[in-house]
Design a binder for this molecule. Sequence first.
Ligand SMILES: Cc1cc2nc3c(=O)[nH]c(=O)nc-3n(C[C@H](O)[C@H](O)[C@H](O)COP(=O)(O)OP(=O)(O)OC[C@H]3O[C@@H](n4cnc5c(N)ncnc54)[C@H](O)[C@@H]3O)c2cc1C
Length: 391
Amino acid sequence: MTQYLDTIVVGGGAMGSAAAYELARRGIEVALFERFTPGHRQGASHGASRNFNLSYPDPVYLRMLAEALPAWRELEAETGTRLLEQVGIVNHGHLPEFDRVARSLPGFGFEAEVLDAVEAGRRWPGIRFDGRVLHTPQAGRLDADAAVAAFQNAARAQGADVHHLARVTSIRILGDELARIEVQRTDARGEPLGEPEAYESRRLVVTLGAWTTRLLGRPLVLPHLTVTQEQPAHFAERDGGASIWPGFNHAPRPDDASYGYWRSPVYGMQTPGEGIKAGWHGSGPITDPDARTFTSEPRQLAALRRYVREWLPGADPDAFTEISCTYTTTRDGNFVIDRVGPVAVGAGFSGHGFKFTPVVGRYLADLTEGVRAPAQFSLRAERRTPEPSRS
Ligand SMILES: Cc1cc2nc3c(=O)[nH]c(=O)nc-3n(C[C@H](O)[C@H](O)[C@H](O)COP(=O)(O)OP(=O)(O)OC[C@H]3O[C@@H](n4cnc5c(N)ncnc54)[C@H](O)[C@@H]3O)c2cc1C
């Protein structure tokens, strides 16, 4: 027997959980279906650290950040949690937009401090700086695991049903006001339990991360989404965690051979109790999210350790813990946030979506009520491959 609900969200990572929370607090009947267990490590939203980086040249993202900061604090207050530590972020290396970003940040309520490498090195001796440094003190670190749990708990508290171990096996669009999904309940190993269930709804929010094209690629025409297995790592702090580190972004100098081994710009931050996280951005092997190795590509890992040896004197390149995670990347690095008929889709967060999560949740809920998201996130947006971005 088919069950009818007003709004369904499929995929309970950061974006789906934020959308369910936003819909529930508007008094909308909503159910969230997530395939794995709470806190799973299969997608893109796990782990205790993400950069809340403010240094974007694009005013669309800066406006989203200006909305996201108070929204994160509001969620913390509502759930009694601590999600965002404003430890600051330092950006250095080859940054063609350096001056434009430094000039535009104050217009969005954010401080921007320009330091030379000596002064920055004096403040943060764990990092070797590469030319001028853009320091943004209001930037910081988000706890991804705690944030996803907080959104789901807040959604439940507002009346949403949150289902785990509920795998959506098909999505169909039946009309402008009607969508249908099939759900298979499973055990923690993914083994099916009971008969499949059918649900129909007036609105369907699809936030399936690396699995988007697999389940939504037929009902909808989607931009090309590349799924990669990313492999940052935590490196032990040489001072045992005694000092506080800012987050960091470091871009290579294209005309300098000594950066030849770099795979991409480097991002990183301190994860309390785990070490200094460092990673290449969007350069992992293309992967099938259902057939992942969860192991690092050895040459990339060796190059990352060399980076730590050369540029992070406060971290030990020989004492590390590997991390595995998926990116779902669009050609231009811009997100996909749009609606067709009853379906609102949020996908392609391209390795830099977490900081914006509360605002993406708001955009997705707005879409179910007919309010469009910024045009560059549209399904029809022309997407050209730009310069490599940052996390
Ligand atoms: C290593 C790494 C570092 C990052 N660093 C940063 C950073 O510093 N700053 C930043 O802002 N962003 C960062 N990001 C990006 C950010 O984490 C992602 O953009 C964000 O987590 C994407 O969330 P999502 O909800 O789209 O995807 P996901 O979290 O992958 O959510 C998709 C969900 O759908 C579920 N699902 C899949 N199939 C089904 C099904 N059939 N039925 C039901 N559910 C299903 C999955 O289990 C999953 O929970 C990083 C990402 C990675 C991987």
